[in-house]
Design a protein around this ligand. Structure first.
Ligand SMILES: Cc1cc2nc3c(=O)[nH]c(=O)nc-3n(C[C@H](O)[C@H](O)[C@H](O)COP(=O)(O)O)c2cc1C
Length: 333
């Protein structure tokens, strides 16, 4: 077998393709021997949106999942230890690269999806009923990381998510500190290696998009748009809306939720599904608690996502968010 150390840059490059809140990429990696360490980078956190670092650790967990999937696709077994050093909470995980192992078709497909996955904020097809088998595959991807997938099915559930997303959006859009922070991560040069470029967001205001689910408005200066499309019936976009939940609500749970998110998104990509997180209701304490209660969740909601088929001819995002280079995030010892 070739020295597994030679694979480290490719594994880390895959990890950097992970979704992260506001594309903050709040991670760094240290490689030594056959181990890739994942470290938190709190300086890239969002103190207003994410004072506890929950979304930051979910982002890092997603990076870990993509590293695991990439290693498997490259033919290497892996072992992951979360939070290996209790005295050093920024040391989030160790990924041990192991023996050569021929990847199966599913592992190859997941690894191949890493470069294709992106957040799709454009309209979804109106008439999609995802086969139950697809939903089961998404649930398995989440359960493999010890998390739960709650599908928002009944009209009561859907109404609760709709109301709480709108409420959280109201709270955040009225908060100048939230808008300042958003502006820092959206107002960057299009070539910036981080943050959200305008090209990754449809130009229409979220309030105009004609769906009951309010997506995050990345225009920090637009101000409150009022209720969604007042007076007009919303176009029937029927995304599959799911919630990733965990039993605990601590650093290990957030990392696991991120791993689950990473695997779910790659699984969705292999099936041609588009996805976008819509996590505003989880960033406001009151709406997060109400979401858990209204959906009757046993544990804690960590990520809300919509999934579907990107509508042909929609204003689908064409631009992809950039990433920092491997050289910038990887230290080799
Ligand atoms: C914890 C978390 C929360 C996120 N919340 C939202 C959100 O509310 N709205 C949204 O459009 N994207 C959201 N995203 C997606 C990020 O903006 C996206 O991953 C990042 O900009 C990188 O782009 P990419 O996913 O296309 O690679 C979230 C991602 C993570 C990991």
């Amino acid at each position: 077998m070739a020295d597994v150390r030679a694979l480290v840059p490719a594994v880390v490059e895959a990890a950097t393709r992970a979704p992260s809140v506001h594309n903050t990429q709040p991670w760094r990696f240290v490689a030594h021997d056959d181990v890739v360490e994942l470290w938190d980078d709190p300086a890239r956190g969002l103190p207003v949106l994410d004072p506890d670092g929950r979304a930051r650790l979910i982002s890092c967990g997603a990076a870990l999942a993509l590293a695991e999937v990439a290693a498997a696709g490259l033919g290497v077994s892996t072992g992951t230890t979360l939070l290996p050093d209790s005295g050093t909470p920024e040391h989030l995980a160790d990924l041990q690269l192991g023996d050569a192992r021929t990847p199966d078709d599913a592992q190859r497909a997941l690894a191949a999806a890493i470069g294709r996955r992106h957040t799709e904020r454009g309209a979804f097809d109106e008439s999609v009923d995802l086969p139950p088998e697809t939903v089961r595959a998404l649930a398995s991807a989440v359960e493999a990381n010890g998390c739960l997938l709650r599908v928002v099915e009944s009209s009561d559930d859907a109404a609760a998510v709709t109301v709480l997303l709108a409420r959280a959006n109201d709270v955040q859009s009225r908060d100048p500190a939230y808008r300042d922070e958003l502006r820092q991560w959206t107002g960057r040069d299009p070539d910036s290696p981080d943050g959200i470029p305008a090209s990754a967001v449809p130009s229409e205001a979220p309030a105009e998009r004609g769906s009951s689910y309010r997506l995050r408005d990345f225009d920090a200066d637009r101000g409150d748009q009022g209720p969604q499309r007042a007076g007009e019936p919303p176009r029937a976009e029927h995304p599959l809306v799911v919630v990733i939940g965990t039993a605990a609500d601590d650093a290990a749970a957030w990392l696991a939720a991120g791993q689950a998110l990473g695997r779910l998104l790659l699984t969705a990509t292999t099936r041609g599904l588009a996805a976008s997180p819509m996590t505003q209701a989880l960033e406001v304490q009151d709406t997060r608690a109400r979401l858990a209660r209204d959906l009757g969740l046993v544990g804690h909601p960590q990520v809300v996502l919509r999934l579907g088929l990107a509508a042909p001819g929609s204003t689908a995002a064409v631009g992809h968010a950039n990433r920092r280079s491997v050289a910038e995030v990887l230290e080799t010892r």
